[in-house]
Design a protein around this ligand. Structure first.
Ligand code: SAM
Length: 279
């Protein structure tokens, strides 16, 4: 058990760099907005765990999700108390109507860690933890997942992932209350994309050190580049068509791709079992 897990009286985890940015998490937010865990939730409480140095990604999450669930509530949690204070002053600005966000945005902030404290002990439909585990050790991942998962409402989902500073390269793992991962999603800005394997630099912590020969995720990255190169001729019809052709190539070589309707967004989703680390 990692040392940070033994502290039970304070939030579970440890503060890390707070880098965040406007619009950085748009790709994963769009995915969450379509997810049944949100759409069918009895209580659409969504936790933004580790929102960072500013509360902006929590406000954006609420703004995006309220289009499909007007009753959504976003509960931003940060382990660093100074960041909670900062987000609360930003919230005051929002309430005063001095920001682009709605003054009545259903967002609030509190201090918390992997134990996921919520108002009145409510169980979230969604926990988004982005760029949080990246700064932990690989060995910590499963303990963190095991903490998060049982906090979910039945049918809920944890979305745990990583992206680059501008949100052009993003990947995430999804799992439900049993903490067993179900899918890996890669989402890329296709315009100007040279090699889709750029995603390897931003894989979730559980996979980032597994991009080595013999590991399934490495095979996926190689296959993706191969099919992307093979589809080069299609780029005359645009990057989206090239991406579709590359993914079709993956399917034809046996990769069990899911969510075909989302290919146009620069996404690909595979079952976790097809990329799970060996050993
Ligand atoms: C790099 S920032 C990510 C900010 C934002 N989620 C984003 O992707 O732009 C990571 C944040 O996670 C916080 N953090 C780390 N471990 C945490 C934990 N166990 N519970 C809550 N917050 C945590 C850190 O304090 C830091 O502010």
């Amino acid at each position: 058990m990692p040392s940070w897990m033994t502290v039970t009286s304070s939030p579970v985890g440890r503060p890390t760099r707070g880098t965040t940015g406007t619009n950085r998490l748009r790709r994963v937010d769009r995915w969450i907005a379509r997810h049944a865990a949100l759409r069918r939730a009895t209580d659409p409480l969504v936790v933004d765990l580790g929102y960072g140095a500013r509360g902006v990604t929590a406000f954006e999450l609420e703004a995006r999700l309220r289009r499909v669930r007007p009753d959504v509530e976003v509960w931003g949690l940060e382990i660093d108390p100074a960041r909670v204070d900062r987000a609360r002053s930003e919230l005051a600005e929002v309430r005063a109507g001095r920001t682009p966000f709605r003054a009545d945005a259903r967002v609030d902030f509190a201090r918390g860690g992997f134990e996921v404290p919520t108002p009145a002990g409510r169980r979230p439909a969604v926990i988004r933890a982005f760029n949080v585990l990246r700064q932990y050790d690989e060995a910590d991942v499963h303990d963190a997942w095991a903490r998060l998962a049982p906090r979910l409402a039945p049918g809920g989902v944890v979305v745990e992932g990583t992206c680059d500073e501008l949100g052009r390269v993003s990947t995430w793992v999804a799992f439900g209350p049993d903490a067993v991962p179900t899918t890996l999603t890669v989402s890329l800005r296709l315009a100007g994309l040279e090699h889709p394997s750029i995603a390897a630099e931003r894989l979730p912590k559980a996979l980032i050190h597994r991009n080595v020969p013999g590991e399934p995720v490495h095979e996926l990255m190689r296959a993706l580049d191969r099919e992307w190169d093979r589809a080069a001729a299609v780029s005359a019809f645009g990057a989206e068509q090239r991406w579709r052709a590359a993914l079709q190539g993956l399917v034809e070589t046996g990769w069990p791709l899911r969510q075909r309707s989302r290919w146009r967004l620069g996404e690909l989703t595979v079952p976790w079992t097809s990329v799970a680390p060996r050993g």
